[in-house]
Write a protein that binds this ligand. Structure first.
Ligand SMILES: [Zn+2]
Length: 304
């Protein structure tokens, strides 16, 4: 039971990087022409879950996902598309029980790292964060402050002391508050703004809330989710202007792609999400793509 169909041969051929075709013409052609090697591809954003009594859904979850998003399915997709490593972000369906992602990443740090969640309003927030980081090996915590005042911040000092990145999923209107947290820890906390804070492509004033954060050198942005911002079909060209502005402000060394598998399957596919960042978006140079597809994520997540 999976959410994902296998990539077609055509998709595979389109997306296979040189490393996958090590004995094929792509690799030989690249080596003979003296081109730089294919970039390392690290996906910094996916989710996994499983309908399993060992990991019960919280009672308040009205409609648990019917289909599983299994690490084995993810592994097949990674292999087929030349994705070397992946960061698994604990899915909120489980609320604050991060064990499924935690058990998935345990012992596989060469391939998987994880980002946990804790209830930022709980008295035990600091202990909870320490538990997931120290007992399960999570490297990162994700917060999703809502549009209003509710859902205040976790003790961000703790994340800084643990030296783990803080990933933020929030509407662009909350970014000024994010800026205040960053101000406090700008020298010792890496912050990643997920999915460009879902800035609408037709609201450049909102985008300014994101661009202004570029003044902090430890702020990173996932330029993912073009599929949900766009009003067009793949490859979502109406979003390129916004991506270009974010790229202009932050530079490629602070940008990351990301599939958001399995959610991406509703929009394009895992394979096409990679093609989008690897082959479309024409203003990226080959060197930019090396950072966006892998090297930036490797700075934040020290895989084994
Ligand atoms: Zn996601």
């Amino acid at each position: 039971m999976t959410t994902v169909s296998s990539p077609s041969r055509r998709d595979f051929l389109r997306t296979a990087p040189a490393g996958v075709a090590a004995f094929g013409t792509t690799f030989l052609g690249s080596a003979m022409s003296g081109e730089p090697p294919a970039p390392r591809i690290i996906d910094p954003h996916v989710h996994v879950w499983k309908n399993d009594a060992k990991y019960p859904w919280p009672k308040e979850l009205a409609r648990p996902p019917k289909e599983d998003a299994l690490p084995s399915t993810l592994s097949e997709l990674m292999k087929a598309n030349g994705v070397e490593k992946t960061v698994i972000v604990h899915v909120i369906h489980y609320k604050w029980d991060c064990r499924y992602a935690g058990d998935t990443i345990k012992g596989q740090r060469d391939k998987f790292m994880g980002v946990c969640r804790v209830d930022p309003t709980a008295d035990s927030a600091v202990e909870d964060l320490n538990h997931w980081v120290k007992e399960y090996g999570f490297h990162g915590v994700r917060l999703s402050p809502a549009a209003g005042e509710s859902g205040d911040w976790i003790n961000d000092k703790e994340a800084a002391e643990l030296k783990i990145p803080m990933c933020i999923l929030c509407p662009s209107t909350r970014l000024p508050d994010v800026g205040k947290v960053i101000e406090r820890h700008k020298d010792d906390l890496d912050i990643c703004i997920d999915h460009m804070a879902d800035c609408a492509i037709d609201k450049p004033d909102e985008l300014k809330n994101l661009l202004v954060l570029a003044k902090f050198p430890r702020v990173f942005v996932k330029i993912s989710h073009l599929w949900s911002l766009s009003g067009e079909k793949y490859p979502y060209k109406d979003t390129y202007g916004q991506v270009k502005k974010v790229y202009g402000a932050f530079g490629p060394k602070r940008l990351m792609w990301g599939t958001d598998w399995p959610m991406v399957e509703k929009y394009c596919s895992y394979a096409k999400a990679l093609v989008l960042y690897r082959d479309e978006l024409p203003f990226f140079t080959a060197e930019d793509r090396r950072w966006i597809l892998g090297e930036t994520a490797l700075k934040l997540w020290p895989f084994a």
